[in-house]
Design a protein around this ligand. Structure first.
Ligand SMILES: [Zn+2]
Ligand SMILES: [Zn+2]
Length: 121
C-alpha cells in the first residue's frame, strides 16, 4: 500500500518509515519553512499539510467569519420577527442586567472567542 505524496509526487510506503520534507514550500504562500510550521495531517504521505500554519489559520478564520455572518443574519431575522409580532424579550445576565437576546449572544460570543485559542499540536 503506497500513498502518493501530494508534495513531491512520489509513491510513498508509509510502513517503510517516515517521508519528511524539511524544509518544505507552502503551497499557498510559497515560502520555504521548516516542517514544524506545517500542521500535522495524518492522511498525507509526509504526515503534514502542504499549507503552513499561517495559511491554514487564515483559511479557518475566513470560515469562522462566514459562519458568524450567517448566524448574525438568522439572529436579526428572528429578532425582527419577534418585534413585528409585538413580542419583546429580555434576558437577565448573571450580573443582573437586562439585555436583548442579541446583546446576550454577542457577549457570549465574545467570551467564547476570548477563551478559545488555536491548538495545533
Ligand atoms: Zn514527498
Ligand atoms: Zn503558507
Amino acid at each position: 500500500m503506497t500513498t502518493r505524496c501530494g508534495y513531491c509526487g512520489e509513491n510513498v510506503d508509509k510502513r517503510q518509515g517516515t517521508h519528511v520534507h524539511d524544509p518544505k514550500i507552502c503551497s499557498a504562500c510559497k515560502r520555504e519553512l521548516p516542517t514544524a510550521e506545517f500542521p500535522r495531517w495524518p492522511s498525507s504521505a509526509d504526515g503534514r499539510r502542504h499549507q503552513c500554519r499561517t495559511c491554514v489559520r487564515g483559511e479557518l478564520d475566513a470560515q469562522k467569519v462566514k459562519r458568524a455572518e450567517n448566524r448574525e443574519r438568522s439572529r436579526q431575522w428572528r429578532n425582527e420577527w419577534f418585534r413585528k409580532n409585538g413580542y419583546t424579550w429580555v434576558v437577565r445576565t448573571p450580573d443582573g442586567r437586562y439585555v436583548t437576546p442579541l446583546e446576550a449572544e454577542h457577549e457570549l460570543d465574545q467570551k467564547e472567542q476570548n477563551a478559545q485559542g488555536y491548538n495545533w499540536e
